[in-house]
Design a binder for this molecule. Structure first.
Ligand SMILES: NC(=O)c1ccc[n+]([C@@H]2O[C@H](COP(=O)([O-])OP(=O)(O)OC[C@H]3O[C@@H](n4cnc5c(N)ncnc54)[C@H](O)[C@@H]3O)[C@@H](O)[C@H]2O)c1
Ligand SMILES: [Zn+2]
Length: 337
C-alpha cells in the first residue's frame, strides 16, 4: 500500500509498505479521510512534541475515517463494508486508570501518529474493533474523520460541566475552539463567545452559531464586558490564557485544552478570590457516541471546517497549508485519491 512517511524534519515521502494484517479482535480499514491536526504539523516542523520524539520514520495522521474491509480472528462487531470513524488511541484495558473508566489516562495507550506508533496517512490501517465506531450513511467521510477533534470539544464541555443557560467563553477559534463552541451550544449554553486574532476563523465561529466573537487584536478581552461561567481555553497562548481566566465569573470553571506554552502565569489571587475550578484535559474518553449524535442531528457541523482536500501524494501540502494560507482551518488527506 502507499504510505506517506515522515522521514525527518520537513521530509515526507511516499513509500510502498505491506498492507497490515488484522490481529485478534482487530479490523482492517481502508482509510477514506484523515484530518491534519496541529500535532501532525508540529511533528513535521520540529520532529518532536515535548517528550515525544520522532526517532524512526513515522506515519502521521490520527483523525481518520474509512471502511472495514477485513476482520481479524474473533472480531464480530462489524460486517465488511461498514463505514467507521477511528478512535485512534487504544488503551491496555487492564491498568488502574482503565479500570477506573479513565482510559484516556492509560499510561500504555497506543495512539496513532505518536512516536513510535504509526498513524493513518496510508491506504490501510488495523484497529481494535471496539475503537472503530460505525457512522450513519448520511455522514461524510470527512465529518467521520473529524469526530476525533470533536471528541476533544465534547470532553472539554464535559470537564467544564457546560449546562443549559451557561455563559461560555471559547478562547481561540481554531478547529478545536470551533468544535468546542458548537458543542457548548448543543449542551445548552445560551451565550457562547469566541475570541481569536484571525478574522477568517472569527467569521466561521459566527457562522457556526457563536453569539458573539471578539478580535482581541482590536478589543482587549478585559474591555469586552463578558463574564463567562465556563472558559474553554483553546488557544494555547499563555498571555491570552491568563487574560481569559481574569474574566471568569465567581465559582466558574476553567478548562485548559490548549497546549502552547509549557508554563503559564496564573492569576492566582483572581483564581482564589473567585474560587475558580481549573482542569487540564487529555484527549477524551467515551465521547464517540455523543459526537456521532451531535453531527447526525445537525447540532454540530464538521464539514464546514474543511478548507482543502489533498491526495496522499500531496500529504506534505496538507501539512504546510496552515502556514501558507491564513484561510486554512482543516486540511484533509484522502489516501484513496
Ligand atoms: N488537551 C488535548 O487533549 C488537546 C487535543 C487537541 C488539541 N489540543 C490543543 O488545543 C489547541 C487548539 O488546537 P487547534 O487545532 O484548534 O489549534 P490552532 O493553533 O489552529 O488554534 C489556536 C487558535 O488560537 C488563536 N489565537 C492565537 N493567539 C490568540 C489570542 N491571543 N487570543 C485568542 N486566540 C488566539 C489562533 O489564531 C488559532 O486560531 C492547541 O494548543 C492544541 O495543541 C489539546
Ligand atoms: Zn490502561
Amino acid at each position: 500500500m502507499r504510505t506517506a512517511v515522515l522521514r525527518g524534519v520537513r521530509d515526507v515521502a511516499l513509500e510502498e509498505r505491506p498492507v497490515p494484517e488484522p490481529g485478534p479482535r482487530e479490523v482492517l480499514i481502508r482509510v477514506a479521510s484523515v484530518g491534519v491536526c496541529g500535532s501532525d504539523v508540529h511533528y513535521y516542523e520540529h520532529g518532536r512534541i515535548g517528550q515525544y520524539i520522532v526517532k524512526q520514520p513515522l506515519v502521521l495522521g490520527h483523525e481518520a475515517s474509512g471502511e472495514v474491509v477485513a476482520l481479524g480472528p474473533g472480531a464480530t462487531r462489524h460486517s465488511v463494508g461498514q463505514r467507521v470513524s477511528l478512535e485512534p488511541g487504544v488503551p491496555d484495558f487492564t491498568c488502574e486508570q482503565c479500570r477506573a473508566g479513565r482510559y484516556n489516562l492509560c499510561p500504555d495507550v497506543r495512539f496513532f501518529a505518536t512516536p513510535p506508533i504509526d498513524g493513518a496517512f496510508c491506504e490501510y490501517v488495523v484497529l481494535h474493533e471496539s475503537f472503530a465506531h460505525p457512522v450513519p450513511e448520511s455522514m461524510s467521510d470527512d465529518a467521520a474523520a473529524l469526530l476525533e477533534p470533536l471528541s476533544v470539544g465534547v470532553w472539554a464541555c464535559r470537564k467544564g460541566e457546560v449546562s443549559p443557560g451557561d455563559r461560555v467563553l471559547v478562547n481561540g477559534a481554531g478547529p478545536i475552539g470551533l468544535v468546542a463552541a458548537q458543542t457548548a451550544l448543543a449542551f445548552g449554553a445560551t451565550e457562547v463567545v469566541a475570541t481569536d486574532v484571525n478574522p477568517v476563523r472569527l467569521r466561521m465561529a459566527s457562522d457556526l452559531g457563536c453569539t458573539d466573537v471578539i478580535d482581541v487584536t482590536a478589543t482587549p478581552l478585559a474591555d469586552a464586558g463578558y463574564q463567562p461561567d465556563v472558559l474553554l481555553e483553546c488557544s494555547g497562548h499563555p498571555g491570552a490564557t491568563a487574560a481569559a481566566i481574569r474574566t471568569v465569573a465567581r465559582a466558574g470553571r476553567v478548562v485548559l485544552v490548549g497546549m502552547g506554552g509549557d508554563e503559564i502565569g496564573l492569576p492566582l489571587s483572581y483564581v482564589q478570590d473567585h474560587e475558580l475550578r481549573l482542569t487540564g484535559t487529555f484527549r477524551y474518553a467515551n465521547t464517540w457516541p455523543t459526537a456521532i449524535a451531535l453531527v447526525h442531528s445537525g447540532r454540530v457541523d464538521l464539514d464546514r471546517l474543511v478548507t482543502s482536500r489533498h491526495p496522499l501524494a500531496d500529504a506534505e501540502a496538507a501539512l504546510t497549508s496552515g502556514t501558507r494560507d491564513p484561510k486554512s482551518v482543516k486540511p484533509i488527506v484522502r489516501p484513496g485519491e
